[in-house]
Unconditional design. Structure first.
Length: 64
């Protein structure tokens, strides 16, 4: 189950990165900076939320 989920995560991460790089090509420097700040905030939220969600299954096989 973990192997499959890791593969899905890796695929989604590649898709997200491709969309992000594509978007950057269409923005001016000010917009790029704002996007980078917003994206950084989103990544911090994503990681914090994942840590919280996994804590609900702490000690179980679903935690990772």
């Amino acid at each position: 189950m973990r192997v499959c989920e890791n593969a899905r995560y890796d695929f989604a991460q590649r898709e997200l990165n491709a969309a992000y790089q594509s978007l950057l090509q269409h923005l001016d420097s000010g917009q790029k900076q704002k996007l980078r700040v917003a994206q950084g905030a989103w990544v911090r939220f994503r990681d914090a939320n994942a840590a919280f969600e996994s804590s609900l299954a702490q000690g179980g096989t679903l935690a990772p």
